[in-house]
Design a binder for this molecule. Sequence first.
Ligand code: GLN
Length: 251
Amino acid sequence: MIIRVAHLYPEYLNIYADRGNIAVFTRRANARGHELAVDSITLETVLEPGAHDLIYVGGGQDREQAMIAPDLAARSDAIRAAVDGGAALLAVCGGYQLLGRGYRGRDGSWLEGAGLLPHETLAGDMRMIGDVLLESTLPEAPGRTIAGFENHAGRTVLDPDAAPLGRVVAGYGNDGESGFEGCRVGRAVGTYLHGPLLPRNPWLADLILSWAVAHATTGDPEPLAPVSEELETAAHAVAAERARSRGGRPA
Ligand code: GLN
């Protein structure tokens, strides 16, 4: 089966090898006999609602975010229609911030967001950098650990009834205070975790891929057939240990 992917702004939002998440989706789809067809969506490229099973956007510096934010905000309806229609979505860091209502930079400037995710981001003076370990709060995988790397000035504040991706075991997470990281709405997941995220968290890749397959087949999400993941498991263990050695959540 062909899984159609919309990769938003790959030339602007791609730091810490965020593009690597597409490589993981490709490899894990191929291992189940599926093909990934990736469309690069850049400034003013038309994004047809329903044309993609998976939407992906990476992270980037404030400068690059400012270059794409008006274009992304103008796609708010198309992105919401796609996700309401059952497409899966993964957004990392700068992309995660701009899928909320917006991002207030350190200079006070406001970048309007796409408004899909129930949060807003305010840049602080201190950057939140380092290895991160989460315990998933996703009902599909309660307590499963997620390991990655964060580097952001933004503090993302979720709306009171918003669902996070996970509880912070080590690291700053959304804002260094709430004890939570990321945000999830239906089949859309946003996170600050770079690395890239998915090579060391194959179960999360498979969960999101299963949503994309469900959209492609107009069926309900089914767990994907198990595949070997020794390397991924070892990479996760190393990243998790490095995060734990940070000594829990910063005071
Ligand atoms: N520029 C944003 C911030 O600093 C996002 C950074 C990123 O994508 N790593 O918070």
